[in-house]
Design a binder for this molecule. Structure first.
Ligand code: IMP
Length: 175
């Protein structure tokens, strides 16, 4: 399958994605059984994963989609990121951030720090995919679907220049 200049091959089938999503939901149902978590899916990439996952959560819960805005930081730190779109009080809440993929983990670490500073009770992360750089850096993620190498993937919410989010499977760039 070709998107712009890159050729993509199927990497994880739709059935395997769904199986993994059910497993992750099962773990969350178990771990949060006496709680009312607030899911914070990070737009845009996590919208499909979040939808499938949260449909299988059998707990009282809330959902608030958020976006990461970036603004120019100093040259040495690159882009600093901050959350926008928060319309729920986070005080004393059990937060579960929903990510499509953790690559360097830079975005995630900033978000977790920001949320912890707002008086939350707990902050955990569920991601469908985690790449090699995040593993190397030891970025902590409580719930991970698939550990992958440092490869570019698309589908199931993930895009290449805006394309491919609608695919049910996950594809990997042929480079
Ligand atoms: P990080 O801050 O490096 O962890 O970047 C994470 C974000 O980069 C994800 O939420 C995605 O939006 C994007 N991203 C990283 N790797 C890929 C990929 O392989 N395909 C599509 N988007 C990616």
């Amino acid at each position: 399958m070709k998107f712009k200049d890159l050729e993509f091959n199927e990497f994880i089938s739709a059935a395997d994605v769904q199986k993994k999503v059910a497993e992750l939901a099962g773990q969350i149902n178990h771990d949060y059984r006496d709680k009312t978590p607030l899911f914070l899916p990070i737009l845009n990439g996590s919208f499909i994963f979040a939808s499938d996952l949260i449909k299988q959560v059998e707990l009282p819960c809330r959902v608030s989609f958020v976006k990461v805005s970036s603004y120019a930081g100093t040259a040495s730190t690159g882009q600093l990121k901050s959350l926008i779109g928060l319309d729920e009080s986070l005080f004393n809440q059990d937060i579960i951030i929903v990510e499509d993929i953790v690559d360097t983990g830079f975005t995630l670490q900033r978000i977790v720090e920001e949320l912890k500073s707002l008086g939350t009770k707990s902050v955990e992360v569920v991601t469908l995919l985690r790449k090699q750089p995040a593993r190397d850096k030891g970025v902590y993620v409580k719930y991970t679907g698939f550990e992958i190498d440092n490869e570019f993937v698309l589908g199931y919410g993930l895009d290449y220049d805006g394309l491919g989010r609608n695919l049910r499977e996950i594809y990997k760039a042929d480079v």
